[in-house]
Design a protein around this ligand. Structure first.
Ligand code: SF4
Length: 341
């Protein structure tokens, strides 16, 4: 049994005494606006979270919650007509939202790496893996071609692919889906980044391969002290490999805190709904308890709490007033009228 196949283990003690030292990333009140002909709308509506060096954060929620746009905005990869309309993104002390395209390009390939759901978003189908890896190293490091090749071979070894010398001569189509994602992870490691942002990195893979890839990613991030922002709809994976969790709904973080605490005692009704939908929490029940309804479109958000049309605990105030995010003594932050400080 791999580590990811084991049941969710909830620890109530490991996060006690957690201190914000060695801060790597601080996202403060981030807003992302899309300006379309039909009008403007916000896809991310004042998101704040932080990450320490070597820490793993899970950004979870259903499709359309704003998770991927939040991840892309960290590395300034939001496609027009989207733009960062408010807030700042402090990474190693620099505000990424204020950097020039060239400065951002350098940080993106060097200090921050992104792993996409589809490996072919990273790989060029007409170039060998060796050419792509060696050119990446040469673009970011002052090394000879021979040294760049050695670095590439070492990274392929690191992702546990055999015969790395031979792999360098192969094209992406000669690899299986799982092997291609391993190659993408190897490329992301070429410059020893401080932060990896992984957007649904296993969703496109066979179920049998998913756990292997997540375990590999976890081992690499842990052994190299790399920060990880894992964007996923899969709460079970987040509960197993992250120390902190941020649950997103309709462009907002509705609950965030130490993963073990949030999973053990979810305070927000949406987080509770996600946990109730996990098969292993239903104790013998065959049917999963899905959250009723669907997430509203970001152009047509309901007034008050955006979750209120789906919330079984909705009160009058929820329909008119958006709840503030409160910080509880346990370190969890929740945006819900029913949660007391
Ligand atoms: Fe439900 Fe009201 Fe809390 Fe929103 S604020 S999650 S509607 S109880």
């Amino acid at each position: 049994m791999t580590r990811l196949e084991q049941p969710i283990a909830v620890c109530r003690t490991c996060c006690e005494g957690y201190e914000f030292v060695n801060r790597l990333l601080d996202v403060n009140n981030l807003e992302v606006t899309f300006a379309k002909r039909a009008g403007k709308f916000q896809a991310v509506r004042g998101v704040s979270f932080s990450l320490d060096k070597g820490e793993h954060l899970g950004l979870v929620g259903e499709s359309g919650a704003g998770k991927s746009i939040t991840g892309f905005s960290i590395i300034n990869l939001i496609s027009k007509p989207g733009y960062i309309s408010k807030g700042n993104i402090l990474f190693e002390g620099r505000d990424l939202a204020k950097l020039s395209l060239e400065e951002m390009r350098r940080i993106r390939g060097d200090r921050i790496a992104m792993i996409f759901q589809d490996p072919m978003m990273t790989l060029n189908p007409v170039l060998t893996i060796g050419t792509q890896m060696i050119e990446t190293v040469l673009a970011h490091r002052r090394v000879s071609r021979a040294e760049a090749r050695d670095i590439s071979v070492e990274r392929i070894n690191r992702v546990r692919i055999s015969s790395p010398e031979r792999r360098l001569k192969q094209y992406p189509h000669e690899f299986s889906g799982g092997m291609r994602q391993r190659i993408v992870i190897a490329i992301s490691l070429l410059t020893d980044p401080a932060l990896i942002i992984a957007d649904e990195p296993t969703t496109a893979l066979d179920v049998t391969i998913q756990a292997e890839i997540m375990e590999l990613l976890l081992d690499l991030c842990t052994s190299r002290q790399m920060g990880l922002v894992l964007i996923t709809h899969d709460l079970a994976v987040v509960s197993q490999i992250t120390q902190r969790i941020a649950v997103m709904y309709a462009g907002l973080i509705v609950e965030t805190g130490p993963t073990a605490e949030v999973i053990a005692t979810p305070r927000h009704p949406y987080t509770r709904g996600l946990i109730n939908a996990l098969p292993q929490t239903r104790h013998g029940e065959k049917r999963l308890r899905q959250i009723p309804g669907v997430m509203p479109g970001l152009r047509n958000l309901p007034a008050g709490c955006a979750f209120h049309p789906r919330c079984e605990q909705c009160r009058d105030i929820c329909i008119t007033t958006q709840p503030e995010r409160r910080t509880l003594a346990c370190g969890v932050q929740v945006a819900c009228h029913l949660v007391e400080e």
